[in-house]
Write a protein of this length. Structure first.
Length: 281
């Protein structure tokens, strides 16, 4: 198991600073966020302050992706993967993401399932459209020599391991897989990790490491919110131990979305916390 950082949680750093800070903190790789296509649903209403004026983001430009990847590796870091925003059915953005991954030498790209709240369509229709699009995704990923990974994410039609598996299970795990996101499962979709990991099997392609907990809202109800790694409801050492014992050889990207510390301080704090747990060496 190897540890890197997803740049979505480093919004205030430009690309060279991001590379320098991730290396200085002692991580081994970077998962680069890719900007949304202008005018897309993902570009319209950022759901988190980090997504406003984000600097550690690759533009939709193949030569830039190649140059950033070259600088990343020159600093002794791996390019873990790319995190673009691809709407179901957007074949053009899918192909561009594959081109960016090839230029960057990135082994994988991130995908998300559609959100019911943004479409007004029922689950069954969205599921059928998603599965159909994943046929195109599998073909494009195979041609590019990469793996396309569906991120388990709340507020989408794939908030759990079982619902993500329902989409990907009909495709080749060499080119299609799942991102197991620990923090997102606090918001929605939690299943016993032992069951989830056994179900995913070879489809487990990547892990996103963040934490969350439920808090009382001003009106008295409960709602989930992001926390530092050590403060949330996920027992991170226990879950990563389960993943490690299953022989997972891949990357874990820290994707801390909490706002308790500025991004640089959070990066250093998380590295220190992982060392305290005996996970980062």
């Amino acid at each position: 198991m190897k540890f890197g950082v997803a740049t979505i949680c480093l919004p205030t750093m430009d690309i060279p600073e991001c590379v320098a800070q991730v290396r200085a903190a002692g991580f081994g790789g970077i998962e680069w966020r890719v900007e949304p296509r202008p005018g897309s649903i993902r570009d319209a209403k950022p759901a988190h302050p980090y997504l406003v004026d984000h600097h550690a983001t690759l533009p939709l430009d193949v030569p830039t992706a190649e140059a950033v990847a070259r600088d990343t590796r020159a600093a002794g870091l791996d390019v873990i993967g790319l995190a673009p925003y691809i709407e179901v059915g957007d074949t053009g953005m899918l192909q561009l993401a594959c081109d960016l991954a090839q230029a960057a030498g990135a082994p994988q790209i991130r995908l998300q399932a559609p959100r019911i709240s943004r479409t007004g369509k029922c689950y069954s229709d969205l599921f059928e459209h998603t599965v159909a699009f994943f046929g195109e995704i599998e073909t494009a990923a195979r041609a590019a020599g990469i793996r396309a990974l569906l991120e388990i994410h709340h507020n989408t039609i794939c908030p759990s391991a079982s619902l993500a598996h329902r989409v990907v299970s009909r495709f080749d795990p060499a080119h299609v897989g799942v991102i197991y996101d620990l923090g997102n499962l606090v918001f929605e979709g939690y299943e016993a990790h032992e069951i989830a990991l056994d179900l995913l099997g070879d489809y487990l392609g990547h892990v996103h490491l963040k934490n969350a907990a439920h808090f009382r809202s001003p009106g008295g109800g409960w709602q989930a919110g992001w926390t530092p790694l050590e403060d949330g409801e996920v027992d991170i050492p226990q879950v990563l131990g389960l993943i490690d014992r299953r022989g997972y050889p891949g990357w874990v990207s820290v994707e801390d979305m909490s706002l308790d510390r500025p991004p640089v301080a959070a990066l250093r704090h998380n590295a220190a916390q992982l060392r305290e747990w005996g996970l980062l060496h």
